[in-house]
Design a protein around this ligand. Structure first.
Ligand SMILES: [Zn+2]
Length: 652
């Protein structure tokens, strides 16, 4: 375990909160310590309040923030005296505890404090750091977990048996810690959960943290994991999309399904005892919220859902209030052929499950090598999955955006209408696969956006892009064909055949090809596939001097109409928009604009608003219409051609 502390970068200890921010970020920077909001940190100080009174406070991580990106605003200052009073209570429901913690804030607008705040409060040291370190979980998720911890740490740590986080855990620690701690105590191990270290300041607590995790790592390194790698070949994208459709169906909503593959994953999937070791439970209970208790091993989604319902039925008597039952779909799929797949309602959910499961693989593999991986009993995991605080979050949680869990492929997405369509769909919750021959299409990529440099007339490149898209997101729900070119003005008498071919290839043939390749994916879209072709006013009202463009847009309109006929029975809607005079696009260089204006004997400004409404038509306007066509408003519309041209006498 790398000690990342830098005396040069670290803030001075005279500013304990700044030093804590620094230490928190160092913990967060190491995915072997904490992942996605896991872990928490605190420091105790004395401040002077408005009345001039000194107040002892606990600055503790607020819930919902991530240690890796922590800043001072992510901490909440709580009155320590009040926390200590709460610790004297025999019992307290966790929702009541959260209410008390909120009321103990110095600043009512500070974030909700960590659910482990009381645990931080009871430790007598000023600075406290808590992680869910992989190495420690490997050591404690064993039948002999406690013995191993004692072997590695001697009596330098207090060992606490597993108790669910919340008031009950704080209460148990409040009893065990003072009874076991002595001047040489530098940490506290919560079996099957994680590690606490503490010190006079965040620097001391951090050094102790890294030192203790390092000792666990040394103990693990004495054994090596034998591995036999599973085969890795190209994965059939339709098979992946079918699995995603099945998962979405049992989830009751479209799900993103993301594939991950590397030698470690392949070695794990190649284990003869995969089904046995992978279904014992998560490495620390709060992972259940991202990964569910167990992964689906294989591809029997219906069987998994049935098993999940049985698990809920078996344990729901443990809950103190009626439950909002979660969907029974898996979040992690382990299949020796398909690889490690993770599912979520949003791309970020699938990514978090993926990150967590990659660490789970490390922990299980290492734990098996030193004895045997053993997780907590299912009932304990159920308690966290259906914790009253999590249930309250579910009831509060707002609706997800319109296209959450759906995947849109947009061509011509580096500029103009294509780019605006990609942005509009992503803003409405879709994952976007943005294709363009311009490499700038990859700029601004994130978890929910994948930009790929592709010439849409290159069939092999389009196929490869679809493979990548489905590996990343699990399928294709929406296709927006916006890539297009506008060749130089030219009358038929002087036809340049090469320009004609190129225009037809980009504007029409590439769309027909894209359709042929995306059809099986669209047919598997959980809410039905949707396609929008960005054609042109020229398709219905052609322009002199634009024969290639007008003919190509008429051709692609016809492709869409035939697709609407052929695909209606597959639940796929295909519609066409006919924009006109959209000048914020890649097609309209100032030279082309000037040439077209001159052709009509108009100034550029007159030419821009040359429509009945006298309005300017922007890419964003076209994108709004395109997104709407993919939405519920147009659920009963297919084969339509909608102008977005400000009104045109020749079209009307
Ligand atoms: Zn924890």
């Amino acid at each position: 375990m790398l000690n990342r502390w830098s005396a040069e970068d670290a803030p001075d200890r005279s500013d304990p909160v700044a030093q804590l921010v620094y230490a928190s970020r160092l913990l967060g920077a190491d995915t072997g310590l904490v992942l996605h909001g896991g872990g928490n940190t605190s420091v105790k100080t004395t401040v002077t309040d408005l009345t001039g009174e000194p107040v002892e406070v606990l600055h503790v991580k607020g819930s919902g923030s991530d240690l890796a990106t922590m800043d001072a605003s992510g901490f909440t200052a709580l009155r320590l005296a009040r926390l200590r009073a709460l610790l004297r209570l025999e019992r307290l429901a966790d929702t009541s505890m959260m209410n008390e913690l909120r009321c103990a804030r110095l600043d009512a607008t500070a974030p909700d404090p960590s659910v482990e705040s009381l645990l931080h409060a009871l430790l007598p040291h000023p600075a406290v750091l808590h992680s869910h370190a992989d190495a420690l979980l490997t050591l404690t998720n064993q039948p002999e977990g406690r013995r191993l911890v004692e072997e590695v740490y001697g009596d330098s740590v207090v060992v606490v048996p597993y108790v669910m986080p919340g008031f009950d855990l704080a209460r148990v620690c409040a009893e065990l810690f003072p009874a076991q701690a002595h001047p040489g105590t530098v940490g506290m191990v919560l079996l099957n959960h994680g590690l606490f270290t503490f010190g006079a300041d965040a620097e001391e607590a951090y050094h102790r943290h890294i030192e203790l995790v390092g000792r666990a790592e040394e103990r693990l390194a004495r054994r090596t994991t034998p591995s036999r790698a599973a085969g890795s070949g190209p994965v059939d994208r339709v098979r992946l999309a079918r699995l995603r459709a099945e998962i979405s169906e049992v989830a009751g909503a479209p799900m993103v399904l993301s594939r991950y593959d590397d030698p470690t994953v392949r070695a794990f999937l190649g284990r003869a005892d995969l089904a046995a070791v992978a279904t014992r439970g998560p490495v620390t209970p709060d992972h259940v919220l991202r990964t569910k208790r167990v992964p689906l091993v294989g591809t029997d989604v219906a069987g998994y859902a049935e098993e999940y319902r049985r698990y809920v039925a078996e344990h729901q008597g443990r809950a103190r209030a009626p439950l909002t039952v979660l969907d029974p779909a898996p979040r992690v799929v382990l299949d020796p052929d398909l690889g490690l797949l993770t599912a979520g309602r949003r791309a970020t959910d699938a990514r978090m499950a993926q990150d967590i499961y990659r660490h789970t693989i490390d922990v299980i593999s290492a734990a098996e090598a030193i004895g045997g991986y053993q997780a907590l009993p299912a009932g304990d995991i159920f308690d966290v999955e259906y914790w009253e605080l999590e249930q309250a979050k579910l009831r509060r949680g707002g609706a997800l955006p319109e296209f959450a869990g759906e995947v849109a492929v947009v061509t011509g997405a580096a500029s103009g209408i294509g780019r605006a369509c990609a942005e509009a769909l992503q803003a409405r919750g879709a994952c976007v696969v943005a294709l363009d021959r311009d490499p700038s299409v990859a700029e601004g990529d994130g978890v929910a956006r994948l930009g790929l440099q592709v010439d849409v007339t290159d069939a092999a490149a389009v196929d490869a892009a679809l493979d990548t898209a489905v590996e990343r997101f699990g399928g294709v729900d929406i296709v927006v064909a916006a890539a297009g070119i506008f060749p130089a003005s030219q009358e038929i008498a002087g036809l340049d055949l090469q320009a004609w071919h190129r225009t037809m290839a980009v504007n029409a043939e590439s769309v027909a090809y894209l359709f042929s390749r995306t059809h099986p994916l669209l047919a598997l879209a959980p809410r039905g596939g949707r396609v929008v072709v960005v054609a042109s006013r020229n398709a219905v009202a052609p322009g002199p001097g634009a024969v290639s463009y007008s003919a190509s847009k008429a051709a692609v309109t016809q492709v869409a109409r035939v697709a609407a006929l052929e695909w209606a029975s597959d639940g796929i809607r295909v519609n066409v928009v006919h924009p006109d005079a959209v000048f914020d696009t890649g097609l309209w260089t100032p030279e082309v604009l000037a040439a077209r204006a001159a052709h009509y004997g108009l100034t550029v400004e007159q030419y821009k608003r040359r429509n009945l409404l006298g309005t300017e038509i922007t890419s964003a306007r076209v994108a709004d219409l395109t997104a709407a066509l993919c939405g519920e408003t147009f659920a009963a519309t297919t084969g339509a051609q909608i102008p977005v041209d400000g009104g045109n006498e020749r079209v009307i």
